[in-house]
Structure formats: C-alpha cells, structure tokens
Ligand binder design. Structure first.
Ligand SMILES: [Zn+2]
Length: 301
C-alpha cells in the first residue's frame, strides 16, 4: 500500500480490512496492547449496544493514512510510531460511523448547523462533544486556558461573531470546571512566565471579589469559587459584546449561559448566570459581590 495514495473510499476500505485481519489473527503483547474506544462506536450507533474490539500488534501495515497534499520529506507514520494508534483509531471510527450511517460524512460535508456554541477551558478532561454527547457538527467551539473571555481577544470574538451572525446558534455556553489549573495558578502568587499575562485577566476578576474569596478558608473551595466567578465574568463579557447586543436588537433568540463541569463526577451544572436579553444583562450587572457570595452560600446549605 502506498503511503501517498489518494484518500478514497476504496483505499480506506483496504486499510481498514488490513488492520482488521492483523488484529484478529495475531496475539497482542501487553506492552503495545490497546483497546479501541468502545464508546465512540456506540455513540453513533442506532441504539444497539454493540462492542467491537481490536488489538494492536507488531505486524500492522507498514504505513497508515497520509495526505498526498501534505507529503513532505519526513517518513510516514508507520506502526512503530507513537501516533499510529491515533490513526488506527480514526480509521475504525470512520468505518464504524459509515456502517451505521452511510451518509453521515456526506451530510456533514454540505455544511454545519450547530445550535450550541461552547466556550470552554483547553483542559483535556473537559471535551465538549463528549460531555454534551453531541456528534460532529452539533457544537461550535472556542477553548482557551480557563475559559477566559475578554473584550480585546480578537480570536475569541471572531469565533463568537461567526457563531452568532452566520451559524445562528441558539445557545452560548461558557463552561468553567472545578480543578482548573489556570484558575489555581491565578490564585497563587507564583510566576509562570508568559502565561502570567493571560492569568492577569483572572486575577482582575478575583480583585473585584477579593474580600469574599479571601474569606473562604479552604484552598480548594476558594478555587471553586473563583472558577464560578471567572465563568460569570466571561458570560457577562460575551453578553456585553456588540455582537450579542446586535443579535438581540434584531430579534435573534439566543442566550448566554454559565455552566461548571466537575471533573470528579462528570456532572455539568448551571451556575445561575443566564442572559437572554439586555434586561437580563442589566440585572446580572447590578448584583453586588456580597449578594453573589451570599447566594452561593445559600445554595450550598
Ligand atoms: Zn481549566
């Protein structure tokens, strides 16, 4: 099989078949053994709880998929490369979806109509498609360290504008998460180099609530509080943007919602920061820090 073969259904089928033959006729060694992600297969299935299992071995095809367009001087990823597992996962994932929904990728190639725009943390433990159980095409995404939204971030605002003006999403979810390393770093007095410039945005948010956050004795709880307040600040910054104001002014139905994900339980919860129009925004902006923390205390009782 050529490493520079064009991407077609027929050579995909040949590669998948070769992988399957090797996987079912050889014995895996513990060192390089792996199991395919069963949940990905189930996720796109039509309800049946079928489990497919493939094992790795040292006799995989010598080269895996490689785009002819990006063919460069470096050798192709073969079975001994650390990334080979990912390419094999992808082959099987694609095949599994095609088997269950033959037109899935054809439909996707015609365009996207996601109803949700997700602004989350870059943390690998908070993958939006997994957490929301949405398929490719169902959630538009922007992620950065600690889900910070500031009014001068052209990257984030460009994605927001596309989501609101072009895709016409119905919900903007800003999702923080407990155990956020970015928020914990912002709470500390340590310097972390270049990233200090980014974390300064979170420190600014904390400064507005210093007395209430500093009065929390438990370090972990203090961090959880700042995760929530940082999320609130991002929700309000999105809602205050000219993009959202213009959308509401022209009658577009779209809300901005703050959520928090708990990496210890997998649960996603609403934080009570829900802005559907300019009136909601004014109400949220009028809430004083003491009232916010009093409400937070009450919900914990
Ligand atoms: Zn984080």
């Amino acid at each position: 099989m050529s490493s520079t073969a064009p991407t077609t259904d027929s050579n995909l089928a040949v590669q998948v078949e070769a992988l399957e033959i090797k996987a079912t006729t050889t014995t895996a060694t513990p060192r390089n053994h792996y199991h395919y992600q069963h949940h990905l297969l189930r996720k796109y299935s039509s309800g049946e709880d079928e489990v497919e299992e493939v094992e790795d071995d040292n006799e995989e095809p010598r080269s895996l998929r490689r785009s002819p367009v990006t063919h460069g001087p470096s050798p192709a990823v073969d079975h001994s490369h650390g990334l080979a597992r990912l390419l094999k996962n992808n082959l099987l994932w694609s095949k599994a979806i095609r088997e269950r929904q033959p037109d899935f990728f054809d439909r996707g190639s015609k365009g996207q109509q996601p109803e949700v725009f997700w602004i989350g943390c870059s943390d690998s433990r908070v993958p939006e498609n997994e957490v929301l159980q949405l398929a490719p095409g169902e959630v538009f995404t922007h992620r950065n360290i600690a889900n910070v939204v500031i009014s001068t971030d052209l990257n984030c605002l460009s994605v927001l504008q596309y989501a609101v003006d072009v895709l016409k999403v119905k919900h903007v979810i800003v999702c923080g998460h407990y155990g956020c390393g970015g928020v914990a770093a912002a709470l500390s007095d340590q310097s972390f180099g270049l990233i200090d410039h980014w974390l300064a945005n979170i420190k600014d948010v904390k400064r507005q609530h210093d007395s209430n956050i500093d009065s929390i004795q438990d370090q972990e709880e203090r961090c959880r509080a700042l995760v929530e307040i940082n999320c609130r600040n991002s929700v309000l910054t999105v809602a205050k943007s000219p993009i959202m104001k213009a959308a509401w002014a022209r009658g577009q139905v779209i809300d901005v919602v703050g959520m928090v994900y708990d990496i210890q339980t997998g649960f996603l919860s609403e934080l009570g920061y829900h802005v559907s129009n300019e009136k909601d925004l004014k109400t949220h902006l009028s809430v004083h820090s003491d009232a916010l923390f009093a409400a937070r205390k009450n919900t914990q009782l």
